[in-house]
Every structure is written in structure tokens, then in C-alpha cells.
Design a protein around this ligand. Structure first.
Ligand SMILES: Cc1ncc(COP(=O)(O)O)c(C=O)c1O
Length: 436
């Protein structure tokens, strides 16, 4: 038996024992032009379509066509309180209490709204600490917020990079940086999982360090939610934001999400717009208490909890597919998904690591420090790496390329098989062999 045969046999055994295997059939598998299923390993970028999304979306279109404006009150799922349908599922996935999460807007917009409340530079506390190499949108948002407060982003944005020769940033280094800049920090913004390396962080530990320095902390959970179990409430985080089109399978441009710790919602003034943390909030009518919203009075009365941070009425057509996906998550159960994910990504790690030194995995080997994504660098530079990536694509393997030299792959426990992981590793080995 060749190593590839052995890997395929092992994969088969894992797939046969997989209690979650049936969930794959609940998703639309993308296919090539001849109708053959692609090997889809890009759930970290855009999750697959739950088949039930079509029906839920069709129901909303149907209600719109039959009821028009009356759908706000009389739709199957009335549109006025529609976002509430999403709250329980998001609370479970993020480890939040009722009232701490809300589905709204999209990620970067939510980040701006959160920074409007939680980045309040004052006196010597003006700086933001974030990771170097952050997702561009996060950096743009932070830099523009700093500038919007009349400050110079170059001087007020502290970006923590891995130590020279290392790929990842240990939590101890974050604690050290927070300690070093403590009295100057107005905000720590950190990812739950770093998008380029796949490194997962201990949110509670970072929150403790930030709070110890007297500074609020927020998390970008784009690559965490639906991927790793989260305990946002217990972590003590002040806020968190995420998108729903990756592991949450909410569809392209799906409605995003937001967490505000209940201590802030409790402390907020209900009946006025106010300054300071956390009273400062950019508001709109959807953040108004729902019972009196339609009185349309000039005075603002905040909704309870994170709902108060809503601005506009929710995009129903961008929310219905998420509802379909959250129902699947509730059935599958995140703890079971995580158990499969540790095995699935561990299997991929083992197979890919055999190809060293021609490939290098940037993602930590310790499963507690990663979700399902592995980030792989091909030895020999950008061109070589890109050629490998293109060859994988030509073989019907959908992963993604991050400039300058990283291939990201994510076997997603809801719909990927161990066999696909083995096929990916075999293809990678063959492509590298041919490139010798
Ligand atoms: C880490 C991170 N931040 C921000 C964004 C931007 O998201 P949006 O376009 O929904 O604002 C993404 C999108 O993939 C992301 O992965």
C-alpha cells in the first residue's frame, strides 16, 4: 500500500465512524462544468448553501409578493421583529447571554459602531493595539476611527507582529504589549482566529490583560464563530463583531452579528443619547425600544441589551439563509462539530506535515490554538506557491490564496469528509512531485 492508499483507507474508516456525516447532504455541493462535485475547502471564506435556505428565502419572497407592507406585521415570520429569530442561535454559538447578541449590518459596519461606543480616546489614553497584518478592512476601520477623532493613525495605532522568524503571536506577547502600553491604550482589538495564519486566541486571557490595563477590549470573530466554541460572556469581552458568510453559511453578504457585554447594556442610559463609555452610541430607529418605536417620537428610548446598537431595520433577504443555517447548527451541536473538527483538521495536519520541508504549516499544531483552517506556505517563493495553488484549483480543489505566499484550507465539519482531506493531501503531494 502506498502512503496515499493508507491515507484514503484511514479516511474511509473515519468517514464510516462519523456521526455527523449525514449533515453533508443538507448543503449544496458546488460542482464543475461537467457536474462533478468539487472538493470544497473554503468554508473559512464562504460557507456552503444550506438547501433549506432556498425554502426560507422563498417564503420571504412569497410573503413580500402576497402581503407587501403587511408582511412587517403579518408575514409567516413578521419582519419587524425578524432579527429576534436569530438571537437564540447566535447566543448559543457565541456563549452569550440573552440580550447580549444581535444580528445586524455587516462586519466592518458593526466594528465602526462598536468603536463609536468603545474607542473614546481621552487624555493620555488614545491608542489602539491590534495585530500586525490584520484583515485590511479592520485596519482601515481602526485607522479611520483614529483619524476621525483628529489623531494621527501612524502615532496611535500599535500593531503587534510575530517575533522575527515566527508565524504566530503567543498570548504572553500580547500581555507584554498591553503591559508596556497600558496607560496609553484606549482599545485593544484582537481577532478570535487570525485570518491569515489560522491561529486561535484565548479571548478571556486577552480580555483580562486589557482590563487589567484599564482598557476596553473587542474581538473580531469573523473566523471564529461557527468554527470554535466561544464563551463571550464569561470572557468578559466588551464587544465582538462577526460576519455570517463564512462558517455560519449565511450566504454572500449575509447579515453580520454583534456582541455587547450585558454590563454595558445595563449601564447605558435608556432615555437619552449620552457621551462616555458605553453611553456614546450611534443610534437609529431600530435601536429604539420596539414597543414605542412606531410612535416616531423625537425622544430616543433605547431597546434593552445589544438590540440598542441596531441602527436600521434588518435586511430580511440577507437574514433568512442564516436562519436556515442556525437551525442546522442547533441540530448538529457545536460541541460535536468541534470534536469532529479537531480530528478532521488533525488528519489534514498529519498528512500535509509529511510533505515538509516542501510545505510549511503556519497554523499552530496544538488543536487548542486553531479552528479548522490550516495555512500552508509552499517552499520556493510566491511563484512556486501560486503554481501549486493553481494546480490544486485545476484538479477541482477549492481553497484560497493569500498574497504573498499562503494557501488556506479549511475542512469544515458540517460538510467536509475525511476522504476529501486525503484527496487534497494526495493531490498536493503529486503536484509537488511534478514540480521538482
Ligand atoms: C477578519 C475580517 N474582518 C473584516 C472582514 C470584512 O467583512 P465585511 O465585508 O463583512 O465588512 C472580513 C471578511 O472576510 C474578515 O475576514
Amino acid at each position: 500500500m502506498t502512503p496515499n492508499d493508507t491515507a484514503l483507507a484511514q479516511a474511509q474508516a473515519h468517514d464510516n465512524a462519523d456521526v455527523l456525516a449525514a449533515f453533508r447532504a443538507r448543503f449544496a455541493m458546488p460542482r464543475d462544468e461537467r457536474g462533478a462535485e468539487l472538493i470544497y475547502l473554503s468554508g473559512h471564506s464562504l460557507g456552503l448553501m444550506p438547501l433549506s435556505a432556498r425554502e426560507l428565502l422563498a417564503q420571504e419572497l412569497d410573503d413580500w409578493s402576497r402581503l407587501a407592507v403587511l408582511g412587517h406585521e403579518h408575514g409567516r415570520r413578521p419582519w419587524v421583529p425578524y432579527h429576534e429569530n436569530l438571537t437564540a442561535g447566535l447566543s448559543t454559538l457565541t456563549g452569550s447571554r440573552a440580550g447580549e447578541v444581535v444580528a445586524m449590518n455587516s462586519l466592518t459596519v458593526n466594528l465602526h459602531l462598536m468603536m463609536a461606543s468603545f474607542y473614546r480616546p481621552e487624555g493620555a489614553r488614545t491608542k489602539v493595539l491590534m495585530e500586525a497584518g490584520a484583515f485590511s478592512s479592520d485596519r482601515h476601520a481602526v485607522a479611520s476611527q483614529i483619524a476621525w477623532h483628529g489623531l494621527d493613525p501612524e502615532a496611535h495605532l500599535i500593531e503587534l507582529a510575530p517575533r522575527s522568524g515566527e508565524d504566530t503571536v503567543p498570548e504572553a506577547a500580547i500581555e507584554t504589549a498591553i503591559g508596556a502600553h497600558g496607560p496609553q491604550l484606549a482599545l485593544v482589538l484582537w481577532p478570535g482566529v487570525q485570518f491569515r495564519t489560522g491561529q486561535a486566541f484565548d479571548l478571556a486571557r486577552i480580555a483580562r490583560a486589557a482590563h487589567g490595563a484599564g482598557c476596553p477590549v473587542g474581538f473580531d470573530l469573523a473566523h471564529s464563530v461557527g468554527n470554535l466554541p466561544l464563551a463571550l460572556h464569561d470572557s468578559g469581552a466588551d464587544f465582538a463583531v462577526w460576519c455570517s458568510y463564512k462558517y455560519l453559511n449565511g450566504g454572500p453578504g449575509a447579515i453580520g452579528g454583534c456582541f455587547v457585554h450585558e454590563r454595558h447594556a445595563r449601564a447605558q442610559p435608556r432615555t437619552r443619547h449620552a457621551g462616555g463609555i458605553p453611553g456614546a452610541r450611534l443610534t437609529g430607529w431600530w435601536g429604539h425600544e420596539s414597543e414605542t418605536r412606531f410612535l416616531m417620537e423625537p425622544a430616543f428610548r433605547a431597546a434593552a441589551g445589544a438590540d440598542a446598537w441596531q441602527v436600521s431595520n434588518p435586511p430580511i433577504l440577507a437574514a433568512a439563509p442564516l436562519l436556515a443555517s442556525l437551525a442546522i447548527f442547533a441540530e448538529a451541536d457545536l460541541a460535536r462539530l468541534r470534536a469532529k473538527s479537531v480530528l478532521l483538521t488533525g488528519f489534514m495536519d498529519t498528512l500535509v506535515r509529511r510533505l515538509a520541508p516542501r510545505v510549511h504549516i503556519l497554523t499552530p499544531a496544538d488543536s487548542t490554538q486553531r479552528g479548522c483552517q490550516l495555512s500552508i506556505r509552499i517552499a520556493g517563493g510566491t511563484q512556486r506557491g501560486r503554481a501549486v495553488f493553481d494546480a490544486l484549483t485545476a484538479r477541482g480543489i477549492i481553497c484560497d490564496w493569500r498574497t504573498p505566499d499562503i494557501i488556506r484550507v479549511a475542512p469544515v465539519p458540517l460538510y467536509n469528509r475525511f476522504a476529501e482531506v486525503a484527496q487534497f493531501a494526495t493531490a498536493l503531494a503529486e503536484i509537488l512531485e511534478r514540480q521538482q
